[in-house]
Design a binder for this molecule. Sequence first.
Ligand SMILES: Nc1nc2c(ncn2[C@@H]2O[C@H](COP(=O)(O)OP(=O)(O)OP(=O)(O)O)[C@@H](O)[C@H]2O)c(=O)[nH]1
Ligand SMILES: [Mg+2]
Length: 431
Amino acid sequence: MKRAILLSIDDDLDEIRALLRTLEVVIDKEIVQKRGGPHRKTYLGSGKVEEVQREIESLDVDYVIVNGDLKPSQHHALEMLFQKECVDRVGVILRIFANHAHAKEAKDQVALATMRYELPFLREWIHKAKKGERPGFLSGGAYATEVYYEHARSQIGRIERSLNVNSKQREVRRTMRRKRGYFLVSFAGYTNAGKSALLNVLSGSQNMVDDRLFSTLSTTTRRLNKSKRNVLLTDTVGFISKLPPDLVKAFNSTLEEIFLADLILLVVDVSEPFDMIRKKLKTSLNVLIPRQHGREMIIVGNKIDRVSSDSHRELRERVKELHPISEVILTSAIDRTGLAELVSVIETSENRSCVMVAILPMTDSALSLISALHDSTDIEETKMSDHIELVLRCRTSEVQKLTGKIETIGGTVLTSDEVVPDNDPACESPP
Ligand SMILES: Nc1nc2c(ncn2[C@@H]2O[C@H](COP(=O)(O)OP(=O)(O)OP(=O)(O)O)[C@@H](O)[C@H]2O)c(=O)[nH]1
Ligand SMILES: [Mg+2]
């Protein structure tokens, strides 16, 4: 077990405590210096920094943890002052991700996010080492730091290329699954909301469920049990507030499994105080809405077994007010409350999913219609010759409107039919 002093400029410490618990770091002392924003040079301000120095001398800690984002210059200043490894909130999250990444894609994603995060710090170390103020990264001197920096830069390019291949493979797999008649449903939501627990009870599988944060990093896809429909459920990485942008970017191929599903189940832990429910739902919606492109979303208020049944109705209404366009289902993965209702809502949504095949003339107006369609439908195939052949998936309610648009520019809709699921039960769990 490693030990740490925790520094913060606000008293909202629950989440960082949970993150450190997940990382198996024991907090020996919490020091809070309330301020409107971080001090430019030392994050906390000089008076408080002296107090921290005294604490570090009396306690034998391994790290100084900062509950916020450190700029490279602040990080350098604090490490010089404390002579201890200083880790900010993003650094903590990245270490958890590194510990939980087992599959190659997840390891690559974490390595990419970590290197992108570290580069500005390395640049600062190189700068200071050249000025003789610091021996260099891991005390290796300026030369070693520069070698590491160049190595990191070349690794970033290599990993980005490999992740692009993963993204394309995932796209092909999604298209294949849809062509075979599968309706794709993804779980999204704050870390620890119960996404994996729900996937397990709905599919009869045994994926890792844990009270730690970010237990799931890789994607798992399983078939929905107890349904005649061909529905695939995909569980993947959870969200957290102030999600590091490097992490979001690095996990793009995995997150696309959420954004590009036919239906998104946004899971929220409703056993927490309502302020927390609101905050976590808002964080999740902020990630989802810009990438969701009108896809249907259902809010799943999970862990309802921990809420007195007298308040279920009121809770449902309050959650609904937070995002009125989505239906709200209350569930418990533990006592299985609400699962039949959830399955029925998934099936209703599957019912609405239509595939259209259209032939368009090769004209400018057809090309601009296709680019507009990218926002509101899933274009599954575009074949260009002297005309354009388009296969797209949309909601039943949109078929008439889309047919009108296609016909206006001289196109024809060949079929507008519901997907007939095939009988192939095959589904896989990508590594
Ligand atoms: N009481 C109760 N606990 C639940 C329920 N669903 C999940 N849990 C518990 O909540 C914790 C987190 O569950 P997970 O399924 O691992 O959560 P997750 O959303 O997959 O979390 P990450 O993978 O970390 O993003 C575990 O301790 C579960 O046992 C529920 O309906 N009721
Ligand atoms: Mg999980």
